[in-house]
Design a protein around this ligand. Sequence first.
Ligand SMILES: [Zn+2]
Length: 176
Amino acid sequence: MPLRPVLQFPDPRLKRVSEPIEKITDELRALAEDMTEVMYDEPGIGLAAPQLGESVRLIVVDTEWSREDGDGDRNPLVLLNPEIVERTGEVVWTEACLSVPDFSAEVERAARVTVRGLDLAGEPYEETAEELRAVCFQHEIDHLDGLLFIDRISRLKRSLYVKRRKKQLKLEEDGG
Ligand SMILES: [Zn+2]
């Protein structure tokens, strides 16, 4: 079966605020599986359910994995209803997103965050992360609130990207 496509800006579904998960169903487990597959396939270090068009508070991250290491080193963390309960410091990171094609930009975020949520078995999970992993958690949790990293850059940079993206989409349309 082909993998599910990642929605891309400016798909309006990326702007929705996702619903909390109240029950762990087979459907939810299947979605988590799909998200994990898509993340490794792209490849990316994180993915949020809204990127596959599902408005539920579910993310998957794996900041350690690299394609060179192969499947053996995969260690995906699936997190339900993730929340940042503590944030400290500041870090500027160059971010990109599978839903924002052909663009990256510096974003200011907390350097260290404590994240709380549930795992797929419904058990509480808590982790304190720094640097790239902290940035990744903040980026993915933003998706659950309908925010993209381009919502956190200057208005000017954002409007330049939006213009370029619209032009690109129009070319794709015209070119068939
Ligand atoms: Zn993203």
